[in-house]
Each structure stands twice: as structure tokens, then as C-alpha cells.
Design a protein around this ligand. Sequence first.
Ligand SMILES: *Cc1c(COP(=O)(O)O)cnc(C)c1O
Length: 805
Amino acid sequence: MLISEIASILQATFLAQSEDLAINTIVYDSRKATGSANELFIALPGSNHDGHEYISALIQRGCKNFLVAKKIQHSSSDINILQVKDVMASFQLLAQTHRSKFQIPVVGITGSNGKTIVKEWLSTLLSHQFEVAKSPKSFNSQLGVPLSLWPLNESHEIGVFEAGVSKKGEMQRLANMIQPSIGIFTNIGEAHSEGFESLEEKLEEKALLFDNCQQVICRYGHSIIRSYLVKHSPKLITWGIDEPKAHINFHKTDIHHYHTKVNNVPHNFHIPWSNDLDLENLFHVISAALLLGEKEEYIQKGIDELKPVPMRLELKRGQNNCYILDDTYNNDLLGLQVALDYLKQQPHKSKTTVILSDILQSGKTAQELYQAVNLLMKNHGVSQLVGIGQEISNHQNQFDLPFQGFNSVNDFLKAAPLFADETILVKGARKYGLEKIVGYLEEKSHGTVMEVNFEAITYNLNLYRSKLNPSTKLMVMVKAFAYGVGVEEIAHLLQYHQVDYLGVAYLDEAINLRRKGIDVPIMIMNVNPDSLGILEPFNLEPEIYSIGMLNKLLEETDTPPPIHLKIESGMNRLGFTDDQLEELIGILKQNTQVRVAGIFTHFSSADSSSEDEYTDQQAKAFNQAYDLLSEALGYQPIKHAVNSAGIVRKPEYQFDMVRLGIGLYGFDSSNELPGLKTISTLKTKISQIKRVKAGESIGYSRKGKPTTDSEIATIAIGYADGYTRLFGNGKAYVLVNGQQAPTIGNICMDMTMIDVTGVMAKEGDEVIIFGEKPNITELAHWSGTIPYEILTNVSQRVKRVFVSE
Ligand SMILES: *Cc1c(COP(=O)(O)O)cnc(C)c1O
């Protein structure tokens, strides 16, 4: 669309006008702008930052087109600035107008759970017969939906888009944009209920998506949805499994076969899964594909390609100091762009490689397609491209970056190319089997992994941020490998989200972060005084807690780094006591080369209401010390005191900065902040299963003695992984196939035995050690400790995988 066309649709005013450029990409996050002349930056107001603040920097970077709501000062002559009243509403109107140009069937999906998976699966199924446009990832919000609609073009035959709402009043806008002809209502649950008064209100809001649909699909068994839709929707189509009253009844003919009839045409499907949730999602998808007239053989082909796994991006550590960004679920142009944007947030190596399969259903000629890919690579600064597939290899003359082509994954593996010190995006459609390439590149593990969810961490970060005054700075504690979670990846995420400071315990932790490209200010709490001389070149700020330490700093260096003075106010750990302040001031006054960046204290009991009085006393002592020091210094260093619990319980002590720790990692030590998300799941696998007779014994010292004949599974985790011996002999349970299995016998160094009698477990099955359930708080309770210790005890030999939904 030309910029002039956009202006007329939006009835916008040109604050600056130059060449009438064609817009092909919309950018809403300044960090994701590539500087191409065909990008339009939309300046959205955010909770922390306003897009308008970045415009002058973007102009410098070569960006040409802007949609704004405020007046913008600039001195360039070759840019376009469109002014409207409300940027978001205008962008939505643009998407809506664009969508209206296409008279194709569009599936709109909503519900409390499963939207994304249903959308992904449906588009995979349909793609065997049709050109499909779809939303990438879980782009289902007020912003995600218009971004998803924007790439629609003449070649598309069907659209599949998801819509998500969190409060009343949001769905109408999404419905206006998506304009679905077929609806899928996946389910309704208590999840995400916060924004609604009642279940009815939520139901009513979500169902607004379907007002103009010709057909709406829901599961017969979801009677609340069904009875609502019967009354309100033009044409309800229900499906069920052996549910004769459903419009589409999938009759189970044997364990993996289903038979149904639609408009008197019989269909048979082979579905090799049994989990009810996976089946529910799949039958929504099959029903929609049948209604859209897809042929049975294509549907079956699609089913064979699906896997009941969540499709998501995973960041893994690779061999030879590489990072692997694993996005091997699908491959279309928009998805590629999203993955490349995401690559920017990752720990950055100097080199980035993209391994890419042929691209499906782009609606462009192969030549246009690979030219577009080339442009994306260039704009994202990719250093080399590896193509997997005949088509991409045949078009290598379209690429002007280093290119290596392989006809298949096997050819790639046979050639065994070497990668070192780079970030590698592996992106391809499921049918190319690129997961084999990921397996070849990644660090090997022994089956136990800790999965860490980036979105959950970001969610928790924003939840705490919402508790801060706008001017309060945020330090995040990443000591002890970021509470055992994985420090490089967390630090990069935090740097991306622009936290003000990071806090670590020891010098080597800080130097490691600097080496890995973290340039956020870092405070170190416990530097060995002998090392104080080497901080300055790394730009690291020590906590100084004694006169001796300050003197040592002055001895070791002529140009000392900025310091943080720790005040002892009642914790009785580290810090200057009252009677040392005078001497401290004397030294500081004589050594004005020392800049005090911060003055801080730590509350011993910020999490405990019974000790509020003590906390207040500590605050009072700290205030006095701060006033004395800052007056003597003649400036106001950053004043900081509260930890995670304090942010929630003692907002009056936020001062200039807070120090967030455990809360980021999902634990509310204050017990007053509901809604934090679980960020990590520790998983392992069953190595072997044994049938054991009553009276036989299990493990070391014969401690496990089942009283009945039992099935005992050995799992690949032991106390050397952090699964303490205190969990032995039934003190803890793990989850196998969603069912509880208690430990039996003593925990070994690398293995544990669990009782899986009646659980239908098999060798190789996944075992959840902790996550949503059992959660770390339970584990802490079973072993008489606190969540902090469970989390930090997970051994470094356990592989970490970072996922984004
Ligand atoms: C670890 C630490 C924090 C963070 O505490 P949480 O309870 O994890 O929020 C804050 N300040 C200091 C000095 C710490 O050592």
C-alpha cells in the first residue's frame, strides 16, 4: 500500500511529506526496525515507553515512514510523517480496510485455551490443498491481529486467525478486523478470568467474534458454550466423539481410527494419539477442514505431519559455544520475519547464521519469494544462509550473502558442516525434519532438562514494574546463575527489556556477563578486596561494606569505579554501622575521585508482616544514614533498599531503585501478589521399568519395600542434579503422564526410583520433577527449606532450554 493511500484511508495529516513510498512492513517496536524505506513505524504509547520517543533515533537509522499522534520535531526533508488521533485505532482501521479487499473464507478462532495450536494445526492441514494466510505465533491481541492481517494478498485462498481478549470491550474491534466467515470456539475455562465479572460476561464477549459468521464450530460436550451459541449464532456446528447428537460425530472404530459423515459423505481418519486435550484440538481442526471442503486424503496427510507438541521457539545452547534458536515448526515469510526479530533479543555472537528450509505457500513466485528472503536476511544483518531443500538451493543466485545449499537434511548431516561462536536460527516447516539438524548442533544432555519460559519471566518482570513509581529504577538480581535458572540468557532478556542495573554476588559472575555482551551497569555485592583493582576496566560497581574495604579500593586503584555503600540497619550481615559513618565521611571527603553511585541497605524481614515494626526501624536508621552521607557528599546517590517482597509489601520504601530477585523467577515471598507465572519446569525421562514383587527391596540399603506387587521406574535424576536425598522414600512425588508417582527407596547420585503402579508409564516417558505441579513451593516444604534453595540447587549439568510460545 502506498503511503498516500494510507493517508487517505486514515484521513491523516502529513506533518512531513516526501516520496510516495510503498509500505510492506509495519514496525511497532523501535528495536525491530531495520531502516528499510518500505517500513512504516507506528508510534504506540506503551506502559513503560512511548513510541514517539524513538522517532528521532529511527530517522537517524534511515527509517522513512511514521504514523504518529503527537507533533514531532525533526529537520529531515526525505521522510513521511502521518498524524492521526489514535495510532492503534488507525492501524486497526488500516488492517480492517485491507482485510475487506479479500473475498475468501476466513476462520476466526477464540476460546480460553488452545487457540494457537488449533490455528497452527488447521493451517498445516489446509496447506495441503490451499494457500493459507495465518497469524504467526500467538499474535491474537489488539496489536497482534492487525499485524497478522497486514500480509494478506491476492494469492491467499483461506485465512486462519486467532483472537484473544482479556477484558470486556476488546472483541468487537478484533471481529471488525478479522471478519471471519467460519468460527471456532475452542473452550472456555476459568483461565484469564481476571478481566471479567463472570463466566457469562466472558462467554458473551468472546462470542462477539462470531456475530457475522456463516458457521460456528464447538464441541458438543462444552454445554455452556453450546447453549449460548444455539441462541446467538447463525449456524452452530457441533462435533463430538461417539456423540450421536453432534452434527459431526467422530465414531471411534478402534483405538486409533475414527469414522464420520458430513453431508452424507463418509470419512475415515487414522489418529495415532490418545490424550484428550490433543484430540479435542485436533477434532476442532478436522471439523473446520471438512466444512471448508478439504479432501479427506489431504486432511489425513496433514494429520500425519502434526505432532502433539506445542509449537514454540526454543533457545538452546549449542556445541562450540553456539546458541541455537530452534523454530522448526513451520515456515512462511511472516513467521521467518518474527523469528529474525526474535533473534535480535538473544545472546549475541558476532556471527549469525540462518538454516532455512524451502518456504511454503507464500503466494509469490519462487524468484520474488527468495528475493524477499534475501532482503530480510540483509535487513537483519544475517552473516550466512544455509538452505535445506531443492527450491531454495536452486535459487541461490537470489542471495547476496554467503550461501550454502543442501538438497535435504540428510545431505546436510553427511557434510557435517562446522559452526562455532555463532547464533544459529534453524527455521523450517515440520515436513523437512529440521529437528535432526538441531539435534546435531545442540549440546548433548542426559535427558534431564530445565525448561525456562521467557514469556513468563517477561510477564513477571512487567507485573513488578507495574508496582513501581514511574521514576523508580529497577535492579534485577542475577546472582548464583540467575537463581540457578541460567544467567546469560536471563541477563540478555533483561538487557533487552532495559532494566537499569543487574546485581551479582561475585566478581567472576560479573566478568562473565561482560564477556557475554551485557553492558547494563552491574553491582557486585561481595568482591574479594584483593580484586578491587580490576573492576574499573570492566565498568563494574562494587558494594563497599567496611572502612578496610574502602581503604583497599583506594590503595588498589587511582581511578576507582563507582561504588555502592552498604548500610547496616539491622540484618547484621554486611555494612557500615552508625558509629563508622563519621570515619567513612572523612575518607570520602578526602578522596573525591570516588563517586558514590548508590547507598543501600537490606531488610531482614520485608516478607513478614509480624516484623513490620522492625522493618520500619531499619528504614528509619537507613534514612538517617543516607541523609548524613548525601549531605556530606553534596550529591544524591541512588538510594535502594527493598527486595521482591519489599516491592509489594513496603512500596513506601521504593526510594530511587528496587532490587528484584525471587519474584522474577515466579515466587511471591510476600504472599500478597497473586498471578506470578511459573517460569521453570524440571523434566527428566524414565530409563527403565521393573515389575517388583511384594517384599522385594529397591535401591541402596534396601530402603524401598513395596507391600504389594509394583511397577517401579528408574528416572534419570539424582542428588548430584540437585534432587536432594530428603526427597527419598516417598517424601516427594513426580508427575508421569499427568499422574502422581511417589519416590521409593533412597535417592541415588544420578538416579531415582519411583512407584508407577497403575500409571500406565512406559520407558522413555517424560517425568515432571517440578513445574506447575508439583511446584517448587511444595518441594521446599517436603525438604524443610525455601523455594530459593530448590531453584538454586538444580545442578549446572542439567541442560537449560529457553522457550517462547
Ligand atoms: C538477593 C538479594 C536481593 C533480592 O532478594 P529477593 O528476596 O530474591 O527478592 C535483594 N538485595 C540483596 C542485597 C540481595 O542479596
